[in-house]
Design a protein around this ligand. Sequence first.
Ligand SMILES: *Cc1c(COP(=O)(O)O)cnc(C)c1O
Length: 388
Amino acid sequence: MTISSNTALTVATALSFLRDELTSLQAYTPHPGGAVVQSVQIEIDRVETNESPYDLPPALKQELAQIWVDEIESNRYPDGGHDRLKGLIATYASESAGSGVSIQPSQISVGNGSDELLRSILIATCVGGAGSILVAAPTFSMYGILAQTLGVPVVSVNRSSLNFEVDLVAAQKAITDTQNPPVRVVFMVHPNSPTGNALTTAELEWMRGLPSDILVVIDEAYFEFSQHTVVAELVQHPNWVVLRTFSKAFRLAAHRVGYAVGHPQLIATLEQVRLPYNLPSISLAAAELVLKHHVSLLSAIAETMSERDRLSIVLTAIPALQVWRSDANFIYVRIQGVPNPDLSMSELVIKLKSLGTSIRHTGGGLRISIGSPAENQRTGARITQLLK
Ligand SMILES: *Cc1c(COP(=O)(O)O)cnc(C)c1O
C-alpha cells in the first residue's frame, strides 16, 4: 500500500498523545538563506541572523582540520566535562570584565549554543509548575519558544516605543501579580535583539533590587560588539547569570557553542541537567582555538562598528524609515508614515530578497545585520531604491 500525503495528514491529526500546547506552537524559523540561493539562482547577501560576515581565516581552519586528523578519535566520546575549554573561557570572561575580576572554571557551564543553556536554565528553575518567566517584547524569541515547549508560562511586558527600555512599572507589577506559579526567571538582554539597545541605568537598578528567589538571566550574546557586561557584578548577585555565545563575533555559528557564567551552585545544577556529551569534539576544539586567537579574530569588530555607523547614516536619510541607535552588529528600523507598517515591511523584505538581500522582519520592525563592506553598500542602496 502506498501512503498518500492525505493519509499522512490524517494520521498526523490523530496523534492524540502529543501535548495540545505544542500543536499551536510557532517554532523558531531558521534562516532560509541557503535554500534561496538555489531556487532564485542569485547570490543572496545574508544579513539576517547577525553572524559574522567572515569565516575563520584559512590558517585557523587548517589548524582545526589538523586537530581533527591528529587528535580527535571519532570512536570516542568527547570530553564531557569541557575542562580545558572552561579554563580558557574563565580567563577570557575575567579579562573581559576588567581588572580585579576573577571568574573560576566552576562558574562556567558550556552549552550546545546558548540556546541549550536557556533550556537548562528553564529545566533547573521552572518546569513542573515551579515557575513562570518574564520577558519584555520585542526580544529574542527563543526564551518564549523554549518555555512553551516545557510547559512553562510566559509573562510578557512591553518596552518603550521610543528607546525600547523595559516598562519597569509593568514588569514589577507582573512579578507581584503572577502567582501559581510565580515568576522565577527574568530575561534581560544586553544589548537586546532585535532592537539593539543596551541595558539602561534604570534597568540595571531594577535588576539589582529583584528578590533573591528570582533568577535574572543577562544575555550578552553581543558583548563583543557592545563591550557592555555585568560579569564584574556577578559576585554581588548569586541570582544573576550571564549568557554568551561563540556564534556571533567569534565566527563559530556552525559549531554551536555558548556558555553561562554564574554562581558555582547554579552552574553545578546546569551541569546536572544537561546531556552528558552535549558538544562534539570538533566544536570544543573550535572554541578553544578561537579563544587562543581571540585578539586577532576580534580585531575585525572595529570594521563592523564603523560599517554599522555608515549604514545607519544611509538608512537615516530615508524619510520612510525610523532608525534606532544600536550597541550591536545590527540595525533595527521601522517603516513609518504608512497605514499598515507591518504589511509594508513584509513587502519590503520580499522585494529586497528578490534583489539579493535577506533581512529579518521581527518584533514589529526590520533587523539588518552588518555584513562585509560590499554587502552593507548593497543593502543601503537597495533599501534606498525600494523606499524612495
Ligand atoms: C544569537 C543569539 C544567541 C545565540 O544563540 P546560540 O544558540 O549560542 O547560537 C543568544 N541570544 C541572543 C539574544 C541572540 O541574538
